[in-house]
Ligand binder design. Structure first.
Ligand code: 5GP
Ligand code: MN
Length: 337
């Protein structure tokens, strides 16, 4: 963000404002972590602040400090719309386009104030007066740390803020292993521990709270894994019947796609999950090296994301979708060698 914009925003934030913070739909650790980080930070300066998530999120995020204040736009529409209408400033976190918040975009038509965007996805839309967009960043939580630092207030980071930001950096970097993890990321993580983030507890709360059903569903997903060695690619499918068999709950399939990428020599992994609720196939794509799943998702599956992690959707059946995927790969044979 330019220095003049930071100065301007600092002035705006110097007196109490009505503020709404919005993460993307189906928020992950980074979206909820960054929203709560901004929430706790701004709360200190007497702002009236609400977090409005487009919808609910998995239980493994529901221990985060302040999580209970999050308003769900789909389930609590009246209060969400009232907050949006009254807001003077809206922070949009961890997404690059209002299309990533579905119906909330409609609710925003009643909003007359300014937007602040903090995000690390490619190709950001141009709706915000204050845009902090950087695709080289590991996570929006790392950017929120920087944002507080730009405002000269890193000393105001409490244990609550540190816990939320640590969580988002950890989840978006695959526990600090993806190439987006830099020495600067590690320095910020070190500072967050100093500010009070309990790192071992956070890892436990996120990763070691599985249900037996979830582990059995993982077993099913791994059994369904298909390897396409000619493309150094694997994919996993989960049908709606399989999800039902293991009492699928939101978030249960989080991280499954990464198992595909753990197979030796694999450069591209996909998971196709049949959503009974949305009547689509939800797709997650992961890659290693310079094969861009962001471009692949944009071109073939109406989605997007980052170079090594992206998502999309298909309106075909599960079988048609995987057949289309296999056919599409033919054009990428050389790129995937
Ligand atoms: P995941 O596979 O974990 O759902 O998402 C991986 C990355 O791709 C995230 O950064 C997410 O924001 C992005 N992403 C996932 N699904 C979609 C989609 O349907 N459209 C776009 N534009 N991005 C997506
Ligand atoms: Mn993110």
């Amino acid at each position: 963000m330019e220095k003049s914009k930071i100065k301007e925003l600092k002035k705006v934030l110097s007196s109490p404002k009505k503020i709404v913070v919005i993460p993307h739909k189906n928020p992950d650790g980074d979206a909820i972590g960054s929203s709560l980080g901004v929430y706790h930070y701004l709360k200190q300066n007497k702002h009236d602040i609400s977090i409005i998530s487009p919808n609910d999120y998995p239980d493994f995020l529901k221990w985060m400090p302040g999580e209970e204040v999050v308003i769900k736009y789909d389930a609590q529409n009246d209060i969400a719309c009232k907050k949006i209408k009254e807001a003077e400033l809206i922070f949009t976190l961890d997404f690059n386009s209002l299309s990533r918040i579905d119906e909330v975009a409609n609710g925003l038509k009643a909003f007359t104030g300014d937007y602040v965007m903090i995000d690390h996805h490619q190709a950001p839309d141009d709706y915000a007066k204050y845009t902090y967009s950087d695709t080289s960043m590991s996570s929006t939580c790392e950017m929120v740390y920087n944002f507080i630092d730009f405002l000269g207030e890193a000393h105001k980071i409490t244990a609550e803020i540190a816990t939320c930001l640590y969580t988002g950096i950890m989840t978006d970097t695959g526990s600090f292993r993806f190439p987006s993890t830099t020495s600067a990321t590690h320095r910020i993580i070190a500072n967050l521990i100093d500010y009070g983030a309990k790192n071992a507890l956070i890892h436990n709360d996120i990763f070691d709270t599985n249900s037996l059903d979830k582990l059995h569903l993982l077993g099913c997903a791994l059994k369904n894994l298909v390897e396409l060695p000619q493309y150094h690619t694997v994919y996993i499918t989960l049908s709606k019947e399989e999800l039902q068999q293991f009492n699928y709950k939101k978030g249960d399939t989080e991280g499954f796609v990464n198992y595909g990428l753990s197979l030796k020599g694999i450069k591209f992994a996909a998971i196709f999950i049949e959503s009974a609720q949305e009547n689509i196939i939800k797709i997650s794509l992961r890659s290693k090296g310079d094969f861009s799943v962001n471009e692949f998702a944009r071109k073939h599956f109406n989605g997007g994301g980052h170079i090594n992690a992206a998502g999309g959707r298909s309106e075909m059946s599960l079988e048609e979708t995987t057949a289309f995927f296999e056919k599409t790969l033919k054009a990428y044979k050389e790129e995937l060698q």
